[in-house]
Design a protein around this ligand. Structure first.
Ligand code: ZN
Ligand code: ZN
Length: 352
């Protein structure tokens, strides 16, 4: 884990920061390896300090060997404040206003707190090899779980029953938890991108969108497939094919150096040309890692540029209000010479 703190320390100089204090537990875990629920870390060019309270002292001794370890009070800010000096970056995206005010009251006058933006999140966006392997394993587990659920069919079961089945299957296969609440949305419910599964029975002859993921070894997967439960009307099949083409073309556009806005535009042009521009209201994709939504973003407003090692979703969709929805989502790794798709399930329209 020390190499991550080293990389952060290098970035501090670029931002004219002396230290960075991490209190967001995801960032603390990323930097230090600590998985407990109370911890903080300070990183500087020559400083690696980790703070936790007595409950986690033994755990930290095992997980955080590369940091000086401090046993503090339950509220760690007082202990953290004592070690701050100079210009100190803090996580303005996640620190609460209350914690910020409290920290400001605890530091002495020579310490300046500076909003660090996405300093650690930007590091997290470019994955190490082991992180990609963890995400790959999570994606494979999720694929296996859905395949098992589909064997039991979709039509005649409720959306909630299918979602529950899928989540228990993921846990049975060893997932820590689903990486987010599973979406199972049939017929008109599919027109809601973030539909919650209902107690309604899934009928025959409709589309069913399933968006699910597993968390394994601290890393998330994210995938969406849309299935038919019988013969579809012409529009549904046509919408499906449009989304499939948009997904394939924008996935092919993922490569190092490509802009998040440009890759998004590939999908948006295809869907727009098919007359569904107004039915595609969300961005094409997002980074995935320790959290389900991370940097970078693939979207019309994105200013991110893809780099080798980033893991992003490619998930265009068409949502026709009151009628139907289709989304197809893959997890894609940006590689040195292109991309690798981690989601293994077929994308041709399948009838379940
Ligand atoms: Zn998803
Ligand atoms: Zn997603």
């Amino acid at each position: 884990m020390s190499s991550r703190a080293d990389r952060l320390a290098e970035r501090l100089a670029e931002r004219e920061l002396d230290l960075m204090v991490a209190t967001n537990l995801v960032n603390v875990r990323y930097l230090s390896g600590y998985t407990g629920s109370n911890g903080a870390a300070i990183v500087g060019p020559d400083l690696r300090v980790f703070f936790t309270d007595f409950r986690y002292v033994e755990q930290a001794a095992e997980q955080v060997p590369d940091f000086e370890r401090v046993k503090g009070e339950r509220d760690l800010l007082g202990d953290v404040a004592q070690r701050l000096r100079g210009r100190v970056g803090f996580e303005d995206g996640s620190m609460t206003v209350r914690a910020f005010e409290r920290l400001r009251g605890l530091i002495d006058d020579e310490v300046e707190l500076v909003a660090a933006g996405n300093l650690v999140e930007d590091l997290r966006a470019v994955k190490e090899r082991e992180e990609i392997e963890a995400i790959r394993a999570a994606a494979q587990l999720a694929d296996t779980a859905l395949a098992a659920v589909l064997e039991r069919g979709l039509a005649g079961r409720t959306e909630r029953a299918v979602a529950f089945d899928l989540e228990s299957e993921m846990r049975r296969l060893g997932a820590e938890e689903p990486s987010f609440p599973s979406i199972v949305a049939s017929g008109p419910n599919g027109a809601l991108p973030h539909a919650e599964p209902t107690d309604g029975e899934i009928p025959r002859g409709v589309l069913v969108t399933i968006d699910w993921g597993a968390r394994l070894d601290g890393y998330c997967s994210d995938c969406t497939r849309t299935y038919a439960t019988g013969d579809l009307n012409g529009e549904a099949a046509e919408v499906y094919e449009t989304v499939r083409r948009a997904q394939a073309s924008s996935s092919d556009a993922v490569r190092a150096g490509a802009g998040g806005k440009a890759v998004d535009a590939v999908s948006r042009d295809i869907i727009g040309d098919a007359g569904h521009g107004d039915h595609y209201g969300h961005g094409l994709g997002h980074g995935v890692g320790m959290e389900i939504h991370e940097q970078p973003r693939l979207a019309p407003t994105s200013e991110d540029t893809l780099e080798a090692g980033m893991v992003v979703t490619v998930e265009p969709g068409i949502y026709v209000p009151g009628e139907l929805g289709v989304r197809i989502e893959d997890l894609v790794v940006v590689t040195d010479d292109g991309r690798e798709v981690l989601s293994g399930l077929p994308k041709e329209l399948q009838t379940v």
